[in-house]
Design a protein around this ligand. Structure first.
Ligand code: 5AD
Ligand code: SF4
Length: 444
């Protein structure tokens, strides 16, 4: 925010930090906070790990696989200390919160672990670090208003509007590591969106675990986005993630009425079986979910709907799983992030009997992915011939004569262009499609 505290301790000599980020967009945004904080504190960011005096992993605990990857990275990188004894390696984020203290005690090769509410202390913590230490006290009012994030993308900006989660879905570690839900003040969010726009970031994504329950004084989520959509310095406004139990008719109305609000919603379904949803503690049933989809499509026929799905939740039968496939066929999601259920210590579902065998989880996951790939391909091919507006973000990975970007409805599009186009909205016609990319031709 505006009143930056410039009194963070400075390192004695120029020190470089290297930061690797895992997990969700919330972690990407937290990494931007950490980069902002360390830069204000005299550290310099480097993308060259060989140059680093401090290596930081911003970690995710949502699935075991995410934690295992970071443990693997630490075990590789700690060899560097043989040639560089002063090198410090540490973790921040959800895994630091969850098991940071344990990792320090077990001598796992990290020098520090800092929890999700303790980033403000990072510079002083690093300055005082003479032996491995963890600091993971939860402070459930922390919303980091004294740190200016340093946005990393040159075109898209993430703005965190709330932290934590109160929903306790039975499979999910997030409420256990990120603490209770708290919303940032409206004025601060509005300042961040406006200034991101002034710095050339025209496509802004608002972030929260459940943005629909945003609440600050009399401002709820529909009021928030309706006001933010009037900010002149930005062109597009998106938000993730929505929870089906809290998505209101008023939100649908505001989305439909505000041209700057992108016609895309990420609405995690998790399972197509009402019995499993109940065991997941999701607090909606399939009828409610399908009614929401119907209302969204009635108000915005062109809306793209994406989702998250879990295969092999405890006690999920073949029939429950078939129900998920059937809802996928009915809704025709534009994209689905499909996950294999992973039991997480201290969550309710980890204690459930009737855990589905790993091989069955994997085979259901594969069936889900195969079905979604077919649906996504159909959805993308249905765009052929249409005119879209692409917000150009990057050079295409395949050709330096081409650029890539996002459509309003969150599809990746590729077209001829150059770096000069970055940050521009370009009209294009879709000429072909794969199950992940629209191939477009620029329009005059
Ligand atoms: N196992 C598998 N997937 C999970 N998710 C959250 N917790 C788990 C878990 N224990 C998925 C949900 C959520 C997404 C971010 O990650 O689908 O929406
Ligand atoms: Fe996890 Fe549920 Fe909260 Fe999402 S809403 S972060 S899945 S507990």
């Amino acid at each position: 925010m505006n009143n930056i505290d410039n009194t963070f301790p400075q390192p004695p000599k120029e020190r470089f930090f290297y930061l690797e980020t895992y997990g969700c967009q919330m972690n990407v945004a937290d990494s931007e906070l950490i980069i902002g904080l360390l830069s204000q504190s005299g550290y310099r960011k480097t993308d060259d790990i060989d140059q680093a005096d401090v290596i930081i992993f911003n970690t995710c605990s949502v699935r075991k696989h995410a934690e295992d990857r970071v443990l693997g990275r630490i075990s590789n990188e700690k060899q560097r200390k043989l040639n560089k004894p002063d090198l410090k390696i540490g973790i921040v984020g959800c895994m630091a919160q969850r098991i940071g203290k344990r990792l320090i005690e077990d001598n796992s090769g990290i020098d520090f672990a800092l929890g999700v509410d303790n980033y403000s202390q990072l510079p002083s913590f690093l300055a005082a670090l003479d032996e491995p230490a963890s600091f993971t006290d939860m402070n459930e009012s922390e919303i980091y208003e004294n740190i200016e994030p340093e946005h990393q993308g040159s075109t898209c900006g993430f703005v965190t509007i709330m932290r934590g989660c109160d929903n306790f879905c039975s499979y999910c570690i997030v409420p256990h590591v990120r603490g209770r839900e708290r919303s940032r003040p409206f004025e601060h969010i509005s300042h961040d969106v406006e200034s991101a726009g002034n710095r050339g970031l025209k496509d802004i994504t608002l972030l929260g675990q459940n943005v629909n329950s945003y609440h600050f004084q009399e401002i709820d989520f529909p009021i928030l986005i309706e006001r933010l959509a009037k900010i002149n310095s930005i062109e597009r406004l998106r938000f993730i993630t929505s929870h089906p139990k809290d998505l209101s008719d008023e939100l649908i109305r505001v989305m439909a009425d505000s041209p700057k609000i992108c016609k895309h919603i990420h609405l995690p379904l998790q399972s197509g079986s009402t019995a499993i949803l109940r065991k997941m503690n999701r607090k909606y049933d399939i009828d409610h979910y399908l009614t929401l989809i119907h209302k969204l499509k009635a108000a915005m026929p062109e809306i793209a709907v994406t989702t998250d799905l879990i295969a092999g939740f405890p006690s999920e039968t073949e029939a429950d799983f078939e129900e998920t496939l059937s809802v996928m066929r009915d809704v025709q999601f534009d994209y689905a992030f499909c996950f294999k259920y992973s039991e997480r210590e201290s969550t309710a579902a980890a204690e459930y009997t009737l855990q589905v065998p790993q091989a069955e989880r994997l085979s259901r996951l594969q069936r889900m992915i195969d079905l979604q790939r077919e649906i996504t391909l159909k959805k993308f091919q249905a765009q052929i011939g249409k005119e879209v507006v692409v917000y150009i973000e990057n050079l295409s990975r395949k050709s330096s004569q081409q650029v890539s970007g996002k459509t309003d409805d969150f599809k990746i599009a590729v077209l001829d262009g150059s770096e000069k186009d970055f940050g521009k909205l370009v009209k294009a016609r879709v000429i072909s499609a794969t199950s992940g990319t629209l191939i477009c031709q620029r329009q005059a």
